[in-house]
Write a protein that binds this ligand. Structure first.
Ligand code: PBG
Length: 308
């Protein structure tokens, strides 16, 4: 009765990785239990998660071919776009949030267009907006820009509205830190930068107040939800975000956070279920309304067993 924080499956969002083809399932070594899936299998996976009680997925489309201008990011028959359509037709009630970024599609692995050896903010915005519109055309309910270019939320909002997608919402990766915990994801998405790093456009882990500035700015540009990422090492930022804006705050328990628990559990060093529930409860307690986690489906199952 006196418990202050209750975790429930309807707060959870499951990340999924899409490739083209049919019947394709490529297990991801660095993310045990997760695979890159073709649209048919991803639709089946989404159906299973929905049946378990997970209401939303965060979809990452992957490239068939990478080039300088990230063509596969905004092709209407690329993996991500097909997967969105497949999920929406198999489980129309499932909320499909699509990650919008260029890093998995550029041959250099950066989140934007490179001009003279540097990521160019403004020319990247045009392609990022185009990508968001193509996801909306495929049926995405929300688009989630993770590139961290300045001004992208406003640019995407305008692009969506111009194309008649006024009802498609924006979940902005507002406070995204330049973190070591994205390691396994970069293997999953093949998106490690080929040169340099992302510190020019992701945030310094030492800065908390800067996160609030980014968050407020994204809300002012039209973000409907804001994200703090990673989650576990940034609970103070989640709490401050919850205090400073009215929109839902979403926290992303990223691939490295998943990997730490998985690896320790596999060695028998900690109990996986308790550790996962404790971390997610803490993230929720700190102020996250919604949580993206690779454990979403399992957690939904555990919560159902506990009857909460
Ligand atoms: C790409 C992106 C990344 C993640 C989500 N979108 C990686 C990065 O910025 O390098 C990481 C997610 C995870 O680690 O689970 N912009």
């Amino acid at each position: 009765m006196v418990r202050e924080t209750r975790l429930s499956a309807d707060q959870l969002i499951l990340p999924l990785f899409a490739v083209t083809g049919e019947g394709v399932q490529q297990p991801i070594d660095a993310l045990p239990g997760h695979s890159r899936l073709s649209p048919d299998l991803i639709a089946a996976r989404a159906e299973r998660a929905f049946a378990a009680g997970v209401p939303a997925v965060l979809l990452f489309g992957l490239a068939d071919e990478k080039d300088e201008i990230a063509s596969d990011a905004y092709r209407d028959d690329a993996a991500g776009q097909r997967a969105i359509a497949a999920i929406k037709s198999a489980v129309p009630e499932m909320v499909v949030i699509s990650d919008v970024c260029l890093c998995a599609f550029t041959d250099h692995g950066h989140c934007g267009i490179v001009v003279d050896g540097e990521v160019d903010n403004d020319s990247s915005l045009e392609l990022i907006t185009r990508t968001a519109v193509s996801h909306a055309e495929a049926g995405a309910d929300l688009v989630a820009p993770s590139d961290m270019m300045d001004g992208r939320v406003g640019a995407i909002r305008e692009g969506l509205d111009d194309h008649g997608f006024t009802g498609v919402a924006i979940l902005s990766y507002a406070a995204k830190y330049a973190s070591a915990f994205y390691g396994p994801f970069r293997e999953a998405a093949g998106s490690a930068p080929g040169f340099g790093d992302r510190r020019g456009y992701q945030m310094d882990p030492a800065n908390g107040r800067e996160a609030l500035r980014e968050i407020r700015q994204d809300v002012a540009e039209g973000a409907d939800q804001v994200m703090v990422k990673p989650a576990g090492a940034y609970l103070d930022v989640i709490a401050a975000a919850r205090e400073s804006v009215e929109v839902p705050v979403v926290a992303y328990q990223v691939s490295g956070e998943y990997g730490m628990i998985k690896a320790a559990a596999e060695r028998g060093w900690l109990d996986e279920r308790s550790a996962v529930l404790e971390t997610l409860t803490a993230i929720h307690r700190a102020g996250a309304d919604l949580i993206i986690t690779y454990y979403a489906e399992q957690v939904a199952g555990w919560l159902a067993e506990e009857g909460s």
